[in-house]
Write a protein that binds this ligand. Structure first.
Ligand code: HEM
Length: 353
C-alpha cells in the first residue's frame, strides 16, 4: 500500500553523485546563515528587553544585519531545495503536498518576518520598547518556519505515514508526534541560537576600531550564548542520535564505514570546539564549528538514506545523459560567485565607512 503511494522518480541528466555533492555543499551554508539569522534575532530581542545603553546598542547593531541574513538564508535555501527535489522528488513532493497548507504558509510567514526585520532596523530609535516586541515576533516566526521545515524533512523520509492522507485529505498532515521529531527540532533551534551567539561575537569585530566597547560587549555576550547553548545542544544531539531506530544508529557505529568515518571526527571536534570557545578564541571556534556543521549535515544525509533504505536508494535513479544544463549551471554558478564576492566587498566597505 505505502509503496504504491510513492510516485515513480524522474530520470536524472547526470550521475546522482553530482547532485548529492551540490546538496551537501549548499545545505550547510543555508544552515549557517539560518542559524546566524535566527540566533541573532533571539539575542537582539533578549538584549532589547534587558535594556540599558550597551544592550540596546548591541540589539541595534544586530538589527542592521538581519535583513541581509534573511536574504542569504532564503537564497541558500533555494539551491538545496532544488537538489533535494532532483534526488528525492518522489518523497519530498509527496510530503510537501500532504502538509501543503503549512508548507505554503511558510511564504506569508517569511514575508511578515522580513517586514518585521526591516521595521526593527529602520525604525529602531522611534519604536522604543515596541521594537522589542517586534523582534520577538520575528524570532517566533522563524521558529515556526523551522517547525514546518523539520516536519517536511522528517515526513519525506517516512513513506509509511503517507497513507494517513486518507484520514487527513486537507493538507494539514504533520509528523511532530514521531519519536525523533522533538530532539531533531530542538537540536536545530538550540544549535541555531548557539551559532547566533558566535556570529554576534564575530561581527562585533567589525566595530573593533570605531567602537571597541561595543565590539568587546558583543564578544562577551556572544560567546556566553554560544557556550551555554552549545552545551544544551549537545544534550539534544545525543537524544536525537539515540532516538533513531537501531539500524540507522548502527550506521554510525561501524555498520557503514563512511558514516562511521564522519561520525568519529565529528565527536572529536565537539570538545575541541568547546576548548576554543571557553577560551574565547572566536576565529578558531568558527573554523571548527563550520567543519562540524558540514560533518553533521553529511551524517543527516546518512540518516535520510537509512530511513528510506526500505523503499529506495540513490543508485536506483535512472540516468538519461544530458550534460549541457549542468555545464551551464556551473558556468552561471562561477559568474554568480564573482558577483557575490564583489557585492560583499562593496557592502563591507560601506559598513566600515
Ligand atoms: C528563513 C527562514 C528559514 C528557516 C528558519 C529555515 C530553517 C530550516 C531548518 C531548521 C531546516 C532543517 C530541518 C530538519 O531537517 O530538521 C531547514 C532545512 C531546509 N531548508 Fe530552510 N529555513 C528557512 C528558509 C528556507 C527557504 C526559503 C528555503 C528554500 C527556498 C529553505 C530550504 C531548505 C531546505 C531545502 C532544507 C532541507 C535540505 C535537506 O534536507 O537536504 N529554507 N531549514
Amino acid at each position: 500500500m505505502n509503496g504504491q503511494l510513492i510516485p515513480t522518480p524522474d530520470t536524472i541528466p547526470v550521475a546522482w553523485g553530482w547532485f548529492q555533492f551540490l546538496l551537501l555543499l549548499t545545505f550547510p551554508i543555508h544552515l549557517l546563515f539560518m542559524n546566524a539569522m535566527m540566533g541573532s534575532a533571539g539575542i537582539a530581542a533578549f538584549q532589547h528587553f534587558k535594556g540599558g545603553e550597551a544592550n540596546r546598542k548591541l540589539a541595534h547593531f544586530l538589527a542592521v544585519f538581519l535583513p541581509l541574513l534573511i536574504a542569504f538564508t532564503v537564497n541558500f535555501g533555494v539551491a538545496p531545495l532544488l537538489f533535494a527535489q532532483v534526488l528525492y522528488g518522489q518523497f519530498i513532493y509527496t510530503s510537501s503536498i500532504l502538509m501543503g497548507v503549512f508548507w505554503i504558509l511558510i511564504i506569508p510567514i517569511l514575508i511578515l518576518a522580513y517586514f518585521g526585520a526591516y521595521l526593527y532596523d529602520f525604525r529602531f530609535e522611534k519604536l522604543g520598547k515596541t521594537g522589542g516586541w517586534i523582534i520577538s515576533i520575528v524570532f517566533v516566526l522563524f521558529i515556526i518556519i523551522a517547525y514546518f521545515f523539520t516536519n517536511n524533512m522528517l515526513m519525506m523520509t517516512l513513506p509509511d505515514t503517507f497513507s494517513a492522507y486518507f484520514r487527513h485529505m486537507n493538507g494539514t498532515l504533520l509528523v511532530s508526534g514521531h519519536a525523533t521529531f522533538l530532539p531533531r527540532y530542538f537540536h536545530m533551534i538550540v544549535g541555531a541560537i548557539a551559532v547566533g551567539g558566535l556570529y554576534t561575537a564575530l561581527i562585533g569585530r567589525l566595530k573593533a576600531k570605531s567602537d571597541p566597547k561595543l565590539a568587546a560587549y558583543a564578544e562577551a555576550v556572544g560567546m556566553k550564548v554560544f557556550n551555554s547553548f552549545t552545551l544544551i545542544s549537545i544534550v539534544f544531539g545525543i537524544w536525537f542520535l539515540i532516538s533513531q531506530p537501531k539500524p540507522v544508529m548502527m550506521l554510525f557505529m561501524s555498520k557503514n564505514v563512511l558514516a562511521t568515518a564522519i561520525f568519529i571526527p565529528a565527536l572529536i571536534l565537539v570538545p575541541l570546539m568547546l576548548v576554543f570557545s571557553f577560551r574565547k578564541k572566536v576565529i578558531a571556534t568558527t573554523v571548527v564549528l563550520t567543519v562540524l556543521v558540514f560533518l553533521m549535515t553529511f551524517m543527516r544525509a546518512f540518516v535520510r538514506a537509512g530511513y528510506l533504505a526500505k523503499y529506495f536508494n540513490l543508485g536506483r535513479l535512472k540516468m538519461v545523459p544530458e550534460y549541457s544544463p549542468m555545464i551551464l549551471f556551473f558556468v552561471s554558478l562561477a559568474g554568480g560567485l564573482v558577483v557575490l564576492v564583489w557585492m560583499i566587498r562593496k557592502a563591507w566597505q560601506a559598513l566600515q565607512a
